[in-house]
Design a protein around this ligand. Structure first.
Ligand code: F3S
Length: 641
């Protein structure tokens, strides 16, 4: 039987279930990664599971998001993560070492392995033939505790590459081109598997740029074969022993195929405010720019930055432009400092930023009001830069560099014949920023910003409470739990965050929860859409929300509610939404038996003396998780078996 590369890796790691699209399976997780913004919660969850040791072959805790330390909060978080890493033998990457995905590629990714990360751009390691999936923090904590991950078998979309890229057109342009074709929803429920003779012209970090932005397509992950180019990169990193040759079988069955001729791709730009809002750079040529930023987990490799250096050599940044450059890792920064690249940047007038996420997550370098910013990053959502009315354009490093000299958006094609910048034969890796844990030290550092993780109780047979909020249609996770630069340092402090829950919809929501000892929420259609933010379930859990009734739920948020032990019920008749009002007293009886038998659930409105019917839609495993009081208890019970 011929198989795709994706299925080969899934098969090798299969623990339970049938490898058929849509079926739920569990797979062995070889590696995990966390970053600090999600990591504090992951490690609080891990601690709550009370395990003796982690089951993964390798786990790494990176500090790259909140490195500004404008108060004690971030420093507390870093210290907490470091102490948990020491306890469990997790590798700790100090702030300043670089961005998690770039570092993982350099130091730990392995062809044919599985990686689960609490960051949506974890698929970057797919550039090295790894099945690398970004997921919620609790899944990562459970993967560390149990060595397993549950997922629905994805479909596989085969992208066949042929031809060769034109001079000054690069991997970023390829993925923007694909985003233009498939849109931000085009990869949902799919793994995107690359193949074809065009692979030969893409270096390993080019491939990682493409798999990185597969996250913007909504894909489960993206993956490249492991070939000679993979071998050469691993050899340059001193890790050739990690190499194996891997590819999908000739004639493998794919759910879909997309052919791309690389020679047809031109320099591309994603316009505000979505990565799939693409146009050719040539069509926007001349747009005046204020700020240009080069870096992020998408485009901060040695090769990317050396291309930038080749363009900036002996040139000056335009007086009206602020150019910031953040290398992806300390080893890249060191190599640039040794080979003169850094000196070129400084002579040109660039700002050298720390090796971290920085401006990509809105930590510094917010543009001026109504500013135009070109960025080599992967997201350009409104407000993400820290300036609500700024316009962010996503571009390649080549476009960023030439535009920084001109002062306006310029197509790098004007540079004429491209110069060839290759991956180096040898990377200069230093492990000075890594702390290898495993001392067995069990003192966990919990500064005042680290508050206990909220855990639910097993579901009771009867629920009673007030309807505290009638939220309307299309409520986003951002409406439920806002996230901005001011709240970001409190990701490990749920009690503090809870004061801002539903802040934009109801200023008194927090107060009402306290006064009524929790209660219920009523949503309209598509409740919980938007980012996968786990805090949008954890904070309501902390506030005592036991059940959310809605016309319909967004998929990931519903899963997060189940993981938190909050019951998501859908109204059988959407018109019943109008029959319920805020502060109505609701009662549900015989809940467990109805859930187990998948029967409609009657909700008695004591205030109005009427009842409405709802249903729970989900798998038996979802029901078991709810009955246990959430995924954490469910895992504890299973690990104890
Ligand atoms: Fe960091 Fe931005 Fe990537 S926040 S992990 S550089 S998407």
């Amino acid at each position: 039987m011929t198989r795709s590369l994706t299925y080969k890796i899934l098969e090798k790691h299969l623990i339970s279930g049938n490898l058929l699209p849509g079926e739920e399976i569990s797979i062995k997780v070889d590696q995990t990664l966390t970053q600090d913004s999600t990591g504090t919660m992951v490690y609080l969850q891990l601690e709550a599971m009370n395990i003796k040791e982690i089951k993964t072959d390798l786990s790494v805790a990176y500090i790259d998001h909140n490195t500004l330390q404008t108060g004690f909060e971030n420093a507390d978080d870093h210290e907490f993560i470091k102490s948990v890493a020491q306890k469990y033998g997790i590798i700790y990457s100090k702030p300043g070492n670089g961005i998690c995905h770039q570092l993982h590629l350099e130091n730990f990714s392995k062809p044919g392995g599985t990686l689960l990360g609490s960051d949506s751009h974890t698929p970057t390691s797919g550039g090295m033939g790894m099945l690398a999936i970004g997921t919620g923090g609790l899944d990562v904590a459970v993967a560390m505790a149990s060595g397993q991950y549950h997922l629905k078998v994805p479909k596989v979309l085969n992208v066949r590459l042929k031809g060769q890229l034109r001079p000054w057109v690069s991997a970023k342009d390829v993925i923007l081109y694909i985003l233009g074709k498939l849109t931000v929803k085009g990869g949902v429920g799919k793994v995107i598997e690359y193949s074809g003779e065009g692979l030969k012209s893409l270096s390993l970090t080019d491939r990682a740029t493409i798999t990185n932005m597969g996250a913007e397509l909504g894909a489960t992950t993206s993956i490249f074969p492991s070939d000679k180019i993979t071998f050469n990169y691993l050899k340059a990193q001193g890790r050739e022993k990690d190499w194996v040759e891997l590819k999908g079988d000739d004639g493998a069955d794919y759910d879909d195929i997309l052919e791309i001729d690389l020679s047809e791709v031109v320099s591309m730009v994603a316009k505000p405010h979505s990565p799939d809002n693409v146009a050719s750079t040539g069509s926007l040529k001349g747009l005046k720019v204020d700020q240009i930023l080069i870096g992020s987990c998408t485009n901060s490799s040695y090769k990317d930055l050396m291309k930038v250096a080749s363009i900036l050599k002996d040139k000056k940044i335009h007086p009206d432009v602020s150019l910031g450059i953040a290398p992806g890792s300390s080893s890249i920064l060191k190599m640039l400092s040794d080979n003169g690249g850094l000196s070129i940047f400084i002579s040109a007038g660039a700002r050298i930023l720390e090796c971290s996420c920085g401006p990509c997550i809105g930590m510094g370098q917010a543009p001026k009001s109504k500013g135009i910013s070109l960025r080599t990053f992967n997201r350009n959502f409104c407000g993400r830069s820290g300036t609500k009315d700024a316009d962010i354009y996503l571009v390649s490093p080549e476009t960023a560099a030439i535009s920084s000299i001109k002062g306006y958006l310029e197509d790098p094609v004007i540079l004429g014949d491209g110069i060839r910048i290759d991956e180096p034969n040898q990377y200069d890796n230093s492990d000075a920023y890594f702390i290898y844990g495993g001392t067995g030290m069990s003192t966990i550092s919990m500064g005042p910003n680290i508050k206990p993780f909220p855990v639910n109780n097993p579901l009771t047979d009867a629920l009673e409470g007030r309807l505290l909020l009638k939220a309307g249609d299309n409520v986003t996770t951002d409406d439920i739990m806002p996230s901005n630069a001011k709240l970001l340092p409190y990701r490990s402090n749920i009690p503090y965050l809870s004061k801002y829950c539903f802040y934009g919809l109801d200023l008194d929501f927090h107060k009402k929860c306290l006064e009524n000892n929790g209660g219920f929420i009523l949503g309209g259609d598509n409740y919980g859409q938007g980012s996968s933010r786990e805090h949008a379930a954890l904070v309501p859990l902390y506030l005592g929300i036991k059940m959310i009734l809605a016309k319909s739920f967004a998929r990931i948020h519903k899963a997060n509610l189940i993981n938190s032990g909050i019951l998501p019920l859908e109204l059988l008749d959407p018109n019943d939404y109008a029959k319920l009002d805020e502060m109505d007293q609701l009662i549900i009886n015989d809940l467990k038996i109805k859930l187990q038998n998948k029967k409609p659930i009657e909700i008695w409105n004591k205030t109005k003396n009427i009842s409405v019917k709802a249903q729970f839609t989900g798998s038996q495993r979802d029901i078991d998780i709810l009955l246990c009081g959430g995924y954490l208890h469910y895992t504890k019970v299973r690990l104890g078996e």
